[in-house]
Design a protein. Structure first.
Length: 400
């Protein structure tokens, strides 16, 4: 059975700091406002939904407790709608959409919402550390190193220089600024409001449109201190061919820490007819994969190939690619590995410019690329993210 995307929305991304615009807004309120927007703009009878699946990369404290179910009730949805919270690190939001898609494709559900949320200003990154990094026995056998070290390993092995990664980052900023200026995100953004109903944020807050390669070049490398803690030795132990680890990543060419939420309405053809909604795209298929866990950032190319094989397509059948910009070297390696021109990848910028709200990003960028397909009158797109501990997820969509 086919699964269709009927709509999607996202919040703007707020700086993930105590002085960020969204710091006062809890994670459940972020996802609640997104769910309400999906319902209201589509005149949606929520009783027709079977499930709401919400991804979150730090599902602890106020972001835990099956936040999807809490948001369903908070948003005034029918109590018959089930809720599920899933965790695949940075790929959680996209995995949530794939979860709903699988339910629809198998005929076990007629419709649902997949999305994600992360309040990085309120729940600190690393709150959900887990054995993979915190248990010495597990970390030792995995050659665990923080993702920033992994990004620098990629740059060292693949020969990406500081100028290379800074040039990519500056272009991400330029593209994001152009997209906002052209109002390309406008129809899908849900301005976030406070308890009084006043808008607290309507625009991605992390962007620095004045960024240049020269200004980025003045920033200090972010991860030498981590290397000195012993992770340099971990890297050389896993990759003995590395003589000296090249630290090229900074806060300016890595994804920004932000708050945000996004959601995608997925359903069968029958659901659309019952709801009076027209599908915007069909989800052709998806895939997830594991990759080398020390770098933990190399899965996107492999999972892209797996997803394309699953749906009987090749990279040449894809009009636009959307890859989360965890670090500049991740995207540079992806384009090189698959021989994809930058003109087809992250055409409206990415997480380096706008930020990466961990569990929400996958749902956000799926919507972003769908909007861009419609704007350019193109047909197919592939969305993918690397994720912690060497995981990766990808989804292929086609306009209808």
């Amino acid at each position: 059975m086919d699964a269709f995307i009927y709509d999607h929305v996202r919040t703007p991304r707020g700086k993930g700091r105590p002085d960020g615009a969204l710091h006062e807004i809890t994670a459940i309120e972020l996802i609640t406002q997104v769910l309400r927007a999906l319902r209201d703009r589509n005149g949606l009878d929520t009783g027709l939904l079977d499930d709401v699946v919400v991804g979150c990369a730090q599902p602890v404290g106020e972001q835990g407790g099956v936040i999807a179910r809490g948001a369903i009730i908070n948003a005034g949805y029918e109590q018959s709608v089930a809720g599920q919270q899933i965790h695949r690190f940075c790929a959680s939001g996209l995995e949530a959409v794939n979860n709903i898609t699988a339910q629809v494709m198998t005929g076990m559900s007629k419709a649902g919402i997949g999305g994600g949320v992360e309040s990085m200003s309120r729940v600190f990154m690393g709150a959900d550390s887990g054995a993979w990094s915190a248990d010495p026995r597990v970390a030792f056998s995995n050659y665990f190193a923080p993702q920033g070290i992994g990004a620098d390993i990629i740059a060292t092995l693949d020969g990406f220089t500081r100028d290379d990664v800074d040039a990519y980052a500056a272009e991400s900023q330029r593209r994001a600024a152009a997209a906002w200026k052209d109002k390309r995100f406008e129809k899908s953004i849900v301005p976030v409001t406070d308890v009084l109903g006043d808008v607290v944020l309507a625009h991605d807050e992390h962007m620095r449109p004045e960024t240049t390669v020269e200004s980025l070049g003045k920033l200090k490398a972010a991860f030498p201190a981590m290397a000195e803690m012993g992770f340099d030795a971990v890297a050389s132990g896993r990759y003995p061919e590395i003589e000296t680890l090249q630290h090229v990543h900074t806060g300016g060419n890595s994804s920004g820490i932000v708050d945000g939420s996004g959601a995608v309405l997925v359903g069968s053809k029958e659901f659309g007819e019952m709801s009076g909604l027209k599908p915007r795209a069909k989800i052709r298929g998806f895939a997830s994969i594991g990759s080398e866990p020390t770098i933990m950032l190399t899965a996107p190319a492999a999972v892209t190939n797996k997803a394309l094989k699953n749906v009987g397509m090749s990279k040449d059948d894809i009009d636009l690619f959307e890859l989360n910009e965890a670090f500049a070297s991740v995207v540079l390696r992806y384009m090189r590995a698959l021989d994809i021109d930058h003109d087809k990848v992250n055409v409206n910028g990415g997480a380096i410019a706008m930020g990466h709200p961990l569990g929400a990003t996958g749902a956000m960028i799926l919507g972003t690329v769908l909007d861009e397909l419609e704007r350019r009158d193109l047909n197919t797109a592939l969305v993918t993210l690397c994720a912690g501990n060497g995981l990766g997820t990808a989804t292929v969509i086609e306009r209808v």
